[in-house]
Design a binder for this molecule. Structure first.
Ligand code: KIV
Ligand code: ZN
Length: 514
């Protein structure tokens, strides 16, 4: 029988460490629900000690998820581990994930600890964690650049203390597939009690080899857990992409001879949701989830596909959840049809008032746009979820621009309890609108990125705008959607300001000392 590979998703923790990808509690819960539908084995919901906001988000995910193990990251110290355990209280199945760096460079420069001190700290922390949970993961941060003798001693010791999963990260994406696979294999051979824990791989994508390295860790090294994120989201060049791992294991089962429990038909919905919430657009040529992943432009390919799909396709688009953009609803659709479509998309709306509010948004959009697609509904629900308790809220916009003239824009929005309006000029209508908002909000934030993406095809599509702002060492992304891209831009800017305004979102960096 084929071995099972555990899929550990860290979109909500390591993925969130991408600049600007920080998510609110509600956004994390929405993504966690989708990860549960995807049937991931473990959901790493965050890093409880990093901020009050993240603690609350992990607690909410722990309460919402029933079928996956919910996990929190913690530095290897009693305070962080207690915080992780407290955040996971409501979880049906919980995992505490403690990490400590073991490479010479990290120990000397970052931790300022001797190898013996690191060994003792690792043992102490796992002993402590074992009193709070049964399922304990230990990660040797920068494990791949660690000395194998020392790392073997640490791993043996933490397994003795009760660690049930041992994760060997390639924190900086330095590994190559064969070398990484051999490293994991050598470690497993050296550690006398290696069979008492599940071995896990966690690879970053700095050299574009994260997926290949993870698969080698499994195939050559004998690891049985892969840590990954939707769309490969993550710090710098990102993490191992879940969708590529899952489809590699499935498509090349002849070679890997391994199975995982993922429901692949939920991959594309998960990819779209993460992209919409974080504002990280998926590149068109991205494997499995890119818009072009199953598109055939060349005549020779099209001809081949028509004769026999397998001439140029190794996977089927429908197997990973691509549905040809179907028109789901329109102006005449009623509340029940809308509610049913939400259910089919796996979106739960608990309160009747929230459903009514979302339906009103749907009707307003259907007045502007004849055809409403699944992506539009997801965007409506993102907007509805965002509105609760937000400080800034878009109301309306009017703008005037004529060729050769400097455009003017007037934006009305809610700021706290007050409705405010402001007018400004700019280089273009978008610039004028953001200037008008800034005139009143006076955030002083630096704009790092502005991007527009059509969420479906054609000029009928809603524009999805991402604005990335930086202020006081924090970087946030705001996302806004609207058939009018100038309004979408104003919404995105206000959404980014809301994130800057929320102090509970200010996070401690996961790479800090224990
Ligand atoms: O990349 C890394 O080393 C990590 C650990 C904290 C698991 O994300
Ligand atoms: Zn990482």
């Amino acid at each position: 029988m084929s071995d099972k590979v555990i899929i550990f998703d860290t979109t909500l923790r390591d993925g969130e460490q991408s600049p600007g990808a920080s998510m609110t509690k509600d956004e994390k819960v929405r993504i966690a629900r989708q990860l549960e539908r995807l049937k991931v084995d473990v959901i790493e919901a965050g890093f409880a000690a990093s901020s009050e906001g993240d603690f609350q988000a992990i607690s909410a995910v722990a309460a919402a998820v029933k079928d996956s193990i919910v996990c929190s990251l913690a530095r290897a110290n009693d305070k962080d581990i207690t915080r992780a355990s407290d955040a996971l209280k409501a979880a049906k199945a919980k995992r505490i994930h403690a990490f400590l760096a073991t490479s010479p460079l990290h120990m000397a420069v970052k931790l300022r600890m001797s190898p013996e001190e690191v060994l003792e700290q690792a043992k102490r922390s796992i002993r402590f964690a074992r009193n709070l949970a049964e399922d304990i993961e230990f990660s040797a941060e920068d494990g791949y650049r660690s000395e194998i003798d020392f790392l073997s001693r640490v791993v043996e010791a933490v397994i003795k203390e009760g660690a049930t999963t041992i994760n060997i990260p390639d924190t900086v994406g330095y590994a190559t597939p064969e070398l990484y696979g051999e490293f994991i294999k050598a470690l497993r051979t050296r550690v006398p009690n290696s069979d008492k824990a599940v071995w896990s791989v966690h690879c970053h994508n700095d050299l574009g080899m994260a997926v290949a390295n993870s698969l080698a860790g499994v195939k050559i090294g004998g690891a049985r857990q892969i840590e990954c994120t939707i769309n490969g989201l993550g710090e710098r060049a990102g993490n191992t992409a879940l969708e590529e791992i899952v489809m590699s294991l499935r498509t090349r089962k002849d070679y890997f001879d391994m199975v995982c429990g993922i429901d692949a038909s939920q991959i594309v919905p998960a990819s779209k949701l993460v992209s919409q919430i974080t504002g990280f657009v998926v590149q068109p040529n991205k494997a499995v989830v890119g818009a072009n992943a199953f598109a055939h432009a060349s005549g020779i390919h099209q001809d081949g596909i028509l004769k026999n799909r397998e001439t140029y396709e190794i996977m089927r688009a429908e197997d990973v959840g691509w549905s040809t953009n179907k028109i789901v609803l329109g102006k005449l659709s009623g509340r029940n049809a809308f509610k049913q479509r939400l259910q089919e998309l796996g979106i739960t709306v608990e309160a009747e008032a929230d459903l009514n509010e979302a339906f009103a948004r749907f009707k307003a959009l259907a007045d502007q746009k004849a055809e409403i697609f699944d992506e539009d509904i997801i965007a409506i629900m993102s907007d509805s979820a965002a509105e609760e308790g937000e400080h800034y809220h878009f109301i309306s916009l009017s703008q005037h621009s004529e060729t050769g003239e400097r455009p003017k824009s007037r934006v009305t929005f809610r700021m706290g309890e007050k409705e405010v309006s402001s007018e400004a000029e700019g280089n273009g209508p978008v610039d004028a609108s953001l200037n008008a908002i800034e005139e009143i909000a006076k955030s002083g934030a630096e704009q790092l990125l502005y991007s527009v993406n059509a969420i479906t095809s054609g000029t009928q599509s809603q524009g999805e705008v991402t604005v990335r702002l930086a202020k006081g060492g924090r970087i946030v992304n705001g996302v806004g959607t609207d058939p009018d891209i100038i309004a979408a831009s104003a919404k995105a800017y206000l959404s980014a300001l809301n994130k800057l305004h929320d102090p509970s979102q200010a996070k401690l960096n996961a790479q800090m000392t224990p």
